[in-house]
Design a protein around this ligand. Structure first.
Ligand SMILES: O=c1ccn([C@@H]2O[C@H](COP(=O)(O)O)[C@@H](O)[C@H]2O)c(=O)[nH]1
Length: 229
């Protein structure tokens, strides 16, 4: 896998017309494009199709979390949009993750989000996940993989422990990635791209560090070079 294949660019924009110039600029230098809540709520499945038309697999990051029957239906609908990957929250439980996998069908990889990378230990304590983030993340990752998830979303700080817990066949997708000197923003559990890859990440989800400069293609190239093995 090349460095650029490992980068997933987050299209966190309010409309497709705002996202399109960025998406066109970065698509040749990344392995995947991510449509998240902001763009999907505004534009729906046409945003997934428009992103897919740029020739990269689309990761639909909806972080579904509801009763199993509802999540199964939502995953079925998401699969019709042409997304290649779809997220659900592992904390929805085994039955919910299994329902998402059924709904998504064989063509769409369901990834389970363990603990949002914006949460620090105090936040996790507040929501009842006391202890180091790593214990909760590994527990949720195991649960999700047993329920059929084909990938796990975790921070770069837990990726090594998650890999050890779930083995080599599970896709580890890692947001909370910040090149040295980049602003942290609302992310808490972060590391640099090369630290994340060395710890075992397969795919790095990167948004603001690509979007906030004036040359997103050059920013993607610099990150790709920093993780080229
Ligand atoms: O735990 C999670 C799960 C998903 N995300 C998403 O990744 C990107 C990160 O964007 P940055 O601008 O690089 O912080 C964003 O789309 C999130 O929705 C996450 O950050 N953490």
């Amino acid at each position: 896998m090349t460095g650029s294949d490992r980068i997933c660019a987050a299209l966190d924009f309010p409309t497709w017309s705002a996202a399109e110039p960025f998406a066109r600029a970065v698509a040749p230098g990344v392995g995947m494009l991510k449509v998240g809540l902001e763009l999907f709520v505004a534009e729906g499945p046409p945003a997934v199709r428009a992103a897919a038309a740029l020739g990269r697999p689309v990761f639909l990051d909806l972080k579904l979390h509801d009763i199993p029957n509802t999540v199964e239906g939502a995953a079925r609908s998401a699969a019709r949009s042409g997304a290649a990957l779809l997220t659900v929250h592992a904390s929805g439980g085994s039955d919910m993750v299994a329902a998402a996998v059924r709904g998504a069908g064989p063509e769409v990889k369901v990834l389970a989000v363990t603990a949002l990378t914006s949460l620090d230990d105090a936040d996790l304590d507040e929501i009842g996940l006391a202890g180091p983030a790593e214990s909760a993340v590994v527990r949720l990752a195991r649960l999700a993989v047993r329920a059929g998830a084909r990938g796990i979303v975790c921070s770069p700080q837990e990726v090594h422990a998650v890999r050890a817990a779930v083995g080599p066949g599970v896709l580890l997708v890692v947001p909370g990635v910040r090149p040295a000197g980049a602003a942290k923003g609302d992310q808490s559990r972060i590391a640099t791209p090369s630290q994340a890859v060395r710890a075992g990440a397969d795919v790095l989800v990167i948004g603001r560090p690509l979007r906030e400069g004036n040359d997103p293609a050059a920013a993607a190239r610099a990150i790709a070079e920093s993780i080229q093995e």
